[in-house]
Design a protein around this ligand. Structure first.
Ligand code: ADP
Ligand code: ADP
Ligand code: ZN
Ligand code: ZN
Length: 740
């Protein structure tokens, strides 16, 4: 009998060209290939989707509606599947009650420990659960945080009331609230607030006795009181505008009662070996392990063993710098992914299918080894592990490498190689070629035009960092995960108004496509109108010429009472979005709907219009030539979104700007890195300053200036180890990675 495998036949999702492939089970299988070649289409949209779909089918409809919904892939057949766990970079997200402790189940063990051997002796372990009324702090309901007014943002002390000193909406001269403060005779409306007495400013802000003494009416309300009454102490549904106001004029602060420990006073007082549970939850995980090992009471030996095993696992994948109390909403994508991986290591399920999306994102070469060890552990427990990855270090541990390609979009979607990593190196595929290419260090770095300084930064773990960021050049921030790169970048942004080009999704509307995003829609309509002699607006699916039955969307959504809404192709226009009359008009043989089907690269070849070409070219320049013009932006990956934003900046920015990018190589194949470098260079050549956080050594080597943070993560990092030219760095983890 041959090797057991997941057999896929005739996969056609997105750009796949009827792919047949056998993925061996109980192995680490790494999928490689250029960006847009079809890796995600095969791994996520086909293998994981079918596994998820089939698993859901085994549940009754009531349960099914509470599970993530999977749409069935376009594939002739798949067998040999098992239940799937997808571990991607989605942040753990929204729930403020989720912490590193709860998500890894370590908190459950810690609670058990406190309930068994705590002093004074305590009862049930739910007394240490901040999600249980028996344990939660009554003031913050177990959230550890309260939203409070950011009073320092309410006023501009350099202005008078007349000039708009009160920055809250509705308080400017002539606006609704203005008269209630400026015209009541208590305050001097013409003098900048800086020149008022402290008492006068307090009266304005807080009302109360202070205001009474200055002679205000009894019902006078200070602006803080008023703000909190209207925005914070209300149970109304808040409008979008009010929510924005709240975001601007409040911050969350540690709960005044529990100080962020989330538990009530009685539970906070209990100790094990002299430590409260709060103190333990603030300790770095690497130290917490040693502390827990010191608990030697025989009654809790199994709890101690289980807890330390988990803590050690977290430490081994390089997250020992976190603490159990850390809210998962504040973790980066890479950290979230690794935390979820540890959680699965702890379970005893076997024969599962684990699917990973670029698990090395956010990892310094120094941390990658820990991640690959984790993948191997999952396999050795009896699971199948499938990974989409660009990092050669992960390919090197694969039992099998599968390459899709050879190109992107229509030029990809085929199986071009499968075998071992060593075989791949000799296979002559795009990945093999990229692996063989050696990139050198930039020999003539650009000269800075000046510098912006970040002085005495101490956000998160930064140790009073003062550093110059040279302007007019490309600066790369390096350092092991958790060393403080994002924290430093955040300080830079806060102090110097930088533009952050991140990987957050673009375009919230279902109608957003590269056409709408690049602003090519207008010139395109003009072009069609010019050629056909009919009004421009007919070529807009949203207004004039759209199919009346689907409103120009091409799909119709049916909402069913209990089940997921179904999206189906519109039967009138067959997804073409326009009326037949509009589609009769063509330019260069293409109807307006045909244009949506073109890739960016094809559009450059085929659309005879300079204005259109100019805008579309920016997408090609950032390596997105394979995108279809009509592809919904909601289908793009994080890395693609980021490159799309870069494309927009290439067009728009005219005055010198400071750009900050976090790992722009995410999702990029080795062979696309030159394209990315070209784009970054172009931004710099136009006079901008570019700062990137990056682990990819090819990018690091091309930096004009390098700032290396470390030496370790968390408390062990937060210092500048090196700043200067890449060739001069020695002695740090980054230096060692560059030399290797
Ligand atoms: P990779 O993972 O190798 O980067 P993908 O599988 O994400 O590639 O994409 C393969 C091709 O399919 C690309 O041209 C991409 O733009 C396209 N594509 C991906 N998702 C969708 C979708 N939901 N709808 C239409 N096209 C898609
Ligand atoms: P890097 O970008 O180098 O991976 P970060 O700047 O994200 O590092 O993190 C530096 C340190 O600050 C780490 O110990 C991290 O756990 C901590 N940290 C980051 N963000 C937060 C936050 N929102 N709340 C508390 N600690 C944080
Ligand atoms: Zn509290
Ligand atoms: Zn229609």
């Amino acid at each position: 009998m041959g090797e057991r495998s997941i057999r896929i036949r005739g996969a056609r999702t997105n750009n796949l060209r009827s792919v047949d492939v056998d993925v061996p089970r109980n192995r680490v299988v790494v999928f490689v290939g250029r960006s847009g070649s079809g890796k995600s289409s095969l791994v996520f949209d086909t293998i994981a989707a079918e596994a998820g779909y089939q698993l859901n089918e085994t549940f009754p409809p009531f349960t099914r509606n509470r599970l993530p919904s999977w749409s069935r892939p376009d594939v002739a057949g798949i067998d040999g599947l098992s239940p799937v766990v997808v571990i991607d970079q989605r942040r753990i997200g929204g729930n403020a009650r989720s912490t590193v402790g709860t998500i890894t189940d370590t908190w459950t063990y810690l609670r058990l420990l406190f309930s068994r051997v705590g002093t004074p002796h305590v009862g049930e372990s739910n007394r240490f659960s901040f999600n249980d009324p028996a344990g939660m702090c009554p003031t913050c309901q177990g959230l550890g945080q309260k939203v409070v007014s950011a009073v320092d943002r309410f006023l501009d002390l350099d202005r008078s009331l007349k000039d708009g000193a009160i920055l809250l909406p509705g308080f400017g001269d002539g606006r609704y609230w203005y008269a209630r403060y400026a015209d009541i005779g208590t305050f001097d409306a013409d003098t900048p607030l800086r020149d008022w007495t402290q008492q006068e400013r307090d009266a304005l802000l807080y009302g109360g006795e202070q205001a009474r003494r200055l002679g205000t009416e009894k019902n006078y309300e200070g602006i803080v009181e008023r703000f909190e009454r209207i925005h914070l102490h209300t149970s109304d549904n808040l409008s979008q505008r009010k929510q924005e106001t709240i975001a601007r004029f409040t911050r969350s602060a540690d709960c005044p009662d529990c100080g962020g420990d989330r538990l009530n006073a009685a539970s906070r007082a209990v100790t094990v070996h002299g430590h409260t549970i709060g103190a333990l939850s603030r300790m770095e995980i690497s130290e917490l392990g040693d502390e827990i090992r010191g608990v030697t009471d025989a009654t809790v030996a199994p709890v101690v063993a289980a807890l330390t095993e988990r803590l050690d696992a977290i430490d081994r994948i390089g997250l020992g710098y976190l603490h159990l109390g850390r809210a998962t909403t504040t973790l980066s994508g890479g950290e979230s992914q690794r935390i979820r991986t540890v959680r699965h290591l702890g379970n005893s399920l076997v024969e599962m299918l684990y699917v990973f999306d670029e698990p090395t994102v956010g990892l310094h070469p120094h941390d990658v080894e820990a991640m690959t060890a984790l993948l191997e552990q999952l396999r050795d427990k009896g699971n199948s592990v499938v990974v989409v990855e660009h990092d050669p270090a992960v390919m090197a541990v694969a039992d099998r490498v599968v390459e899709l390609g050879p190109g992107a979009g229509d030029r990809g979607g085929r199986l071009v190689f499968q075998g071992t990593f060593d075989e791949l190196r000799r296979a002559g595929t795009p990945t093999a070629e990229a692996l063989a290419r050696r990139r050198s260090t930039k020999d003539t770095p650009r000269t800075a035009t000046g510098a912006v300084t970040v002085t005495d930064a101490h956000r998160n773990n930064l140790r009073n960092v003062t550093v110059d960021i040279p302007t007019g050049v490309l600066t790369v921030l390096t350092g092991v995960a958790g060393s403080g790169k994002s924290s430093l970048a955040a300080e830079l942004v806060a102090r110097h108004d930088a533009v952050v080009i991140d990987q957050k999704p673009v375009g919230t509307s279902r109608r957003s496509t590269p056409v709408t995003y690049t602003g090519v829609a207008g010139p395109l309509r003009k072009l069609f109108a010019r050629h056909s002699g009919v009004p421009e607006r007919l070529f807009s699916a949203n207004s004039g010429g759209g199919c009346p039955d689907c409103g120009g969307l091409g799909t119709v959504r049916t909402d069913l009472a209990f089940m997921d809404g179904q999206e189906t192709v519109c039967e009138t226009c067959h997804g073409r979005r326009f009326t037949p009359e509009v589609l009769r008009h063509t330019v260069a043989g293409l109807s307006i709907a045909d244009v949506d089907e073109l890739t960016v690269a094809e559009a450059l070849d085929r659309i005879p219009d300079a204005d259109v070409a100019h805008r579309v070219r920016q997408l090609d320049e950032v390596g997105l030539g394979y995108l279809r013009l009509g592809q919904p932006l909601s289908t793009l990956s994080g890395g693609e979104c980021q490159r799309l934003k870069v494309a927009r900046e290439l067009r728009d920015a005219d005055r010198a700007t400071l750009y900050v990018l976090d790992e722009p190589t995410t999702g990029l194949h080795l062979s696309d890195i030159d394209t990315l470098l070209g784009v970054l260079d172009r931004l710099v050549d136009r006079g901008h300053t570019v700062v990137v956080i990056e682990h990819n050594l090819d990018i690091v080597r091309q930096a004009d200036w390098l700032i290396d943070l470390g030496p370790g993560p968390g408390r062990h990092g937060g210092r500048v180890l090196f700043q200067g030219h890449v060739t001069d760095i020695t002695g740090t983890a980054t230096a060692r990675a560059l030399a290797a």
